[in-house]
Design a protein around this ligand. Structure first.
Ligand SMILES: [Mn+2]
Length: 439
């Protein structure tokens, strides 16, 4: 990996951003578009809001990208706080107004202080405005103020105010389908994160507690070239494996317990999301192995089903079928497969979706979640997680005792291709492979 310039990763990404802006302009047409980067917290590492980053490859707090298509000369504008000497001393260098145009290829850059005046003039020329709300409160305020000033009198006269749109549903379908640069980064993020998980599985020994597992996986991410963690690490032992979003990570782990690690590295802004479950002493108990194999089979079935044209819902149904049949075979559920599925009796033990879109965000925008077009069918170049699981609470009634307090999840990241799917996260996770890895 080479980082040729302190302000960006590579030229290809800057060219990709230009294509993304052009593509977005095709859907927003002759509307004004405002995309804020958001503001920085004190001493917290700053990550620009993903919609802003996707369109600029810049991470500058307080910046706002403006697509101003009715402006003949310089339609792609950036408003940003100018880089001061004080900031350079306290926080280090970052792109300034000059670099926004000379390096990042935007048409024009202005101090953030000019944004209010620009909006006052520009809002008179547009009947449609898209923006991303709640990222930059001052931008929300300026926009509302200007909208009220202009629209209120017109609304009173005509009953029709100018339209103000949330940009997110318009950009979400575009971000769902990854471009070549995004796929390349997601591949690398997936590969390094999978290698880090393997390192942890190979090195964890009985006696480790959850804090040490937590530290081990995050160290491994950095050792393998990751830039950051993509989301708070889940390092659970014993019955904590049955808690979906367990993040306390501070308990001892019994010698015969399972360990569940749900963690991923971020690489050049792009996320991976992997879960591995393994026995801390290197050998599954019979009950652990039985549950594990059901989850493993469910994931393999979903990999086979994942291809363009298949519905997202079908992946969920595929997983449920294998998980439910497996739990019937093990005596965890009773009845027929049809009954169990129709009455959703598997839900106390498998209560989440089979996966989610993955990209700049760990949960990348999915159009169905934003009120836009329902994601009915899979398409090439969607990257998503596949994460079936079974979680048997310690107090589950009517379940054979040996399964109580066992949770298993296996999560990998896939790229939908033309024919099927490519697994981005080296899925060497059969019970035999896990045991072999632990030696
Ligand atoms: Mn996930």
């Amino acid at each position: 990996m080479s980082t040729s310039h302190p302000f960006f990763y590579d030229q290809a990404e800057l060219r990709a951003c230009k294509r993304r802006r052009t593509q977005l302009l095709r859907s927003t047409g002759k509307a004004l578009v405002l995309v804020p980067a958001g503001s920085a917290g004190h001493l917290a590492p700053f990550r620009a809001a993903s919609d802003f980053y996707y369109l600029t490859a810049m991470s500058v707090a307080g910046a706002v990208l403006v697509l101003d298509p009715l402006s003949d000369q310089k339609p792609i504008k950036l408003f940003m706080p100018p880089l001061t000497e004080r900031e350079r001393q306290w926080d280090g260098a970052r792109p300034g107004l000059e670099e926004a145009t000379s390096l990042f290829g935007l048409d024009a850059a202005f101090p953030r202080a000019d944004l209010a005046g620009f909006l006052e003039a520009a809002m008179g020329r547009y009947t449609e405005v898209y923006w991303v709300p709640t990222v930059d409160p001052q931008l929300d305020y300026l926009l509302m103020q200007e909208w009220c000033r202009r629209a209120a009198p017109i609304a009173v006269k005509n009953g029709l105010p100018a339209a103000l749109h949330d940009l997110r549903p318009a950009l979400a379908p575009q971000r769902l389908i990854k471009d070549a640069l995004e796929i390349e980064r997601l591949r690398r993020a997936g590969k390094l994160s999978a290698a880090a998980h393997r390192t942890v599985i190979q090195n964890i020994r009985p006696g480790f507690d959850e804090r040490q597992v937590h530290a081990a996986i995050e160290k491994a991410f950095f050792d393998h070239g990751g830039d950051a963690i993509a989301f708070p690490t889940i390092a659970a032992g014993g019955s904590n494996t049955t808690i979906l979003h367990y993040v306390a990570n501070n308990q001892p782990i019994a010698d015969d317990a399972l360990v569940l690690v749900d963690a991923g590295a971020r690489l050049q802004q792009y996320c991976s999301d992997i879960t591995r479950t393994f026995p801390i002493r290197g050998r599954f108990t019979a009950a652990q192995r039985d549950l594990y194999r059901v989850v493993y089979n469910a994931q393999q079935a979903v990999f086979k089903a994942a291809r363009p044209g298949r519905s997202f819902d079908l992946l969920q149904k595929t997983a449920v079928k294998v998980l439910a049949q497996g739990m019937l075979d093990l005596g965890i559920l009773q009845g027929t497969l049809d009954e169990v599925i129709e009455q959703e009796r598997f839900k106390p033990f498998y209560m989440h979706g089979i996966g989610h879109s993955l990209g700049l965000d760990v949960h990348d925008p999915t159009p169905s979640k934003l009120g836009g077009k329902q994601l009915a069918k899979l398409e090439p170049n969607i990257v998503m997680t596949v994460e079936p699981g079974i979680y048997i609470p310690s107090n589950a009634p009517g379940v054979p005792r040996k399964f109580l307090g066992i949770g298993v999840r296996i999560e990998d990241d896939i790229l939908i291709g033309e024919q099927g799917c490519e697994i981005l996260t080296d899925n060497d996770t059969s019970p035999e492979e896990i045991e072999a890895m632990m030696g």
